[in-house]
Design a protein around this ligand. Sequence first.
Ligand code: ATP
Length: 442
Amino acid sequence: MDNNLLEKVVSLCKRRGFIFPGSEIYGGLRGTWDYGPLGTELKFNLKQSWWEYMVQDRENVFGMNASIMMNPKVWEASGHVASFTDPLVECKTCHERFRADKAEDIKEHEQTHAKKKEKVEWTEPKQFNILVEAKLGVVEGEKTTVFLRGEITQGVHVNFKNVLDSMRPKIPFGIAQIGKAFRNEITPRNFIFRSREFEQMEMQTYVKPNEKEAMGMFNEMKDLRMKWYLDLGIKKSKLRFREHAPDERAHYAQAAWDIEYETPWGWDEAEGIHHRGDWDLSRHSEFSGQDLSYFDSETNERFIPWVIETSGGVDRALLFFLLNAYYEEKDRLILKLHPKLAPYKAAVFPLLANKPQLIEKARRILKDLKRTGLNVAWDDRGNIGKRYYSQDEIGTPYCITVDFQTLEDDTVTVRDRDTAKQERLPIGELSKFIQKVLLLDN
Ligand code: ATP
């Protein structure tokens, strides 16, 4: 494992416009990151790929996009006000605070002091609630405290009845959502792996309330989620499942497995698959006084469904795709991103930047490719070799060069990012050629 891999990826992200430290010109804001031009495209592609895979390509799955700010009662009912906590310890010497359950962080801090021949004494762990508060209202002193959602899950459960009434879904069915969540993390770290503002992508699948149905769906979801990472190019050896120990599970979870990625700092969580039982709907029924049951017209039974959840971090997945894609070759640096994720699907170059005929032809190709829905870049700076390297670094799968032969026979050179091999293709086949590698076979 390359120990500097994380730093290399962070530096590439800054240099090539993927991700910048949040509020950088003001000295930053801990635990926040801003996505730049290419990072925004990458993130958009990642979310779109998840949405197609989990929602549009499957049946009986519906989308939601709920508010980030919700009635504070939601968070009482969901248990977050009482127990969305992490154990916090403080170093008595320097007063820095850490999560007591993150052994690596604790060890690292003790080693820092040990170098100065100091021994660390820790305070007793105390439970620290990580919900982020905000104030709403227009009269000072009468403002209401609301929480920025700590997870996106609740926006789905509180709309369960709305989706039932409007879509009339048949059980089992899923409701999916992608969106921002906020946590007052004690120790944001490892770049975008743990930040205080991040995005989640989640699927809540409602099933009949029995173990056979629930575990069947649980296993199906485990496989499907693992397959998504693999289909998008993560190496198999870098992924694994890990079952949570009973004392590790969240307050609602009856069964919980993580998909983990082997990061430069060890195996760590990419996403969780949780059996939430009837926790959410029962609690929201109780706290709201609304009937959140489902009527099964086939069996004439009324019940509160159980929930199987898959909850992944958009930013975490994005980091893992970057780490997985980073390659250094003798004379070039390549991001071997899956073409579906790559910010640009191709780049178009006129061989020479001072030949109007070449430029005109190349611009036409660029425009036509864009019209077929492909995000394609233009580059006419420097020599061709430099342009190739520049596109390799940002993961562009194909470079298309328009040269003098193009003007005669309408063919172009297409260079493959990973093999650096070139072939000659008719202009009319370009779009199909590129579209082909964007398909996922799920
Ligand atoms: P951790 O133990 O790493 O804090 P968690 O088990 O609390 O994570 P969940 O509450 O299950 O995480 O959240 C689901 C997913 O949301 C996680 O698997 C992760 O991908 C993402 N996520 C959670 N917290 C953060 C964060 N602070 N920054 C970025 N992504 C996060």
